[in-house]
Design a binder for this molecule. Structure first.
Ligand code: SF4
Ligand code: SF4
Length: 336
């Protein structure tokens, strides 16, 4: 499999910069991207969300209907049963908690002693029928990774919708009361920052200090880590770039900021993404671009087979420059 030919990758846009991502790897003495392992299963439960944020790479929202079925979830659980090497289940969406089987998936993963991460937008706690979530997540010791792109109301509401900041602050205070983000409890609460506009994130640790002091002094909020994530030039953020005629500028920024030290740890090298319909991809971004795994790999979760997925060649495209620019970017924040 590692020697199989490169798959043809459809361009998300006709505005690709030069060089290609493969060229950039090669000119920095790197071969094509090859997976190292599959220690994380990233489960995208669907595109349904109670928000419609500007930068959303999933194009999620309340009107979307794509949602993972219980049959597909049972296939995921069967994969966990036969694959002890998968230590983490990273649940995302949309707002994954909007899926009616979210609680079931969490319970089954925790019964199997897997670490579970919930990528949570915080405001979902205020959706009808979802008020049990903070206690439920704490009871099952689920790690929470929550978006909060600024500690200032105007910036958050501009990017994520009116009223989102106030509800996010209130949700974080509730989580703190349950022990989330509080040293010694074991309940992990990370926040996610992404830039407002056409720039790369600032240094992660410096921004984390700002967030910690501002959120504590203004709202009494504690959290564990701040993760900085680069906006991917796909879906809604790409549309925003097109509206202001900045696609070329943004791609040029990403290409010129290519950092070879990030390549070792890009997230596709240790995870597999499962789409709401059970299809496998190298990462959530590839899934959104309909870039499925290279041909020799299993394509569906029901066919998951670790030996055929470890060390697979990864399907890349120009969007991959978003993972390797500056300090790098992944679901776990900066890489370098
Ligand atoms: S960025 Fe997250 S919270 Fe916002 S619309 Fe997309 S999935 Fe929903
Ligand atoms: S966009 Fe996906 S495939 Fe490309 S480098 Fe990033 S994680 Fe890997």
């Amino acid at each position: 499999m590692p020697n199989s030919p490169l798959p043809l990758i459809p361009a998300p846009l006709s505005l690709y910069p030069s060089p290609s991502f493969e060229d950039a790897l090669s000119s920095h003495g790197q071969g094509r991207l090859i997976a190292k392992s599959v220690s994380t299963l990233q489960v995208n439960m669907g595109k349904v969300c109670n928000q419609t944020c500007h930068h959303c790479h999933v194009d999620a929202g309340p009107q979307r209907t794509e949602s993972m079925s219980k049959d597909t979830i049972d296939q995921i659980i069967a994969v966990l049963d036969r694959t002890p090497q998968i230590s983490t289940v990273d649940i995302t969406g949309g707002a994954p908690e909007m899926n009616p089987h979210f609680d079931y998936l969490v319970e089954q993963c925790r019964l199997r002693d897997r670490k579970v991460i919930d990528r949570c937008n915080l405001t979902v706690f205020y959706v009808k029928g979802k008020s049990h979530l903070p206690e439920f997540l704490a009871k099952h010791e689920v790690e929470i990774v929550a978006s909060l792109p600024c500690y200032q109301e105007t910036n958050v509401d501009q990017q994520r919708g009116k009223g989102v900041f106030d509800r996010s602050i209130s949700a974080l205070q509730t989580l703190n009361k349950l022990g989330y983000g509080v040293m010694g409890t074991g309940l992990n609460l990370d926040l996610v920052y992404n830039p407002q506009g056409i720039s790369l994130p600032p240094p992660q640790r410096e921004l984390e200090q700002d967030y910690k002091s501002e959120l504590m002094s203004r709202y009494g909020i504690q959290f564990n880590r701040l993760l900085t994530i680069t906006n991917m030039p796909i879906s809604r953020f790409l549309e925003d770039l097109q509206e202001v005629d900045q696609v070329d500028s943004y791609y040029t920024l990403l290409v010129n900021s290519f950092n070879t030290t990030t390549v070792e740890d890009v997230m596709c090298r240790s995870l597999i993404n499962v789409g709401w319909d059970g299809r496998l991809s190298d990462c959530d971004f590839n899934q959104m671009l309909d870039l499925t795994l290279q041909n020799d790999s299993p394509q569906w979760i029901k066919d998951f087979n670790l030996p055929n997925l470890e060390h697979r060649p990864i399907v890349t495209g120009s969007h991959c420059f978003g993972c390797t620019a500056g300090a790098g970017s992944s679901c776990g924040g900066a890489l370098a």
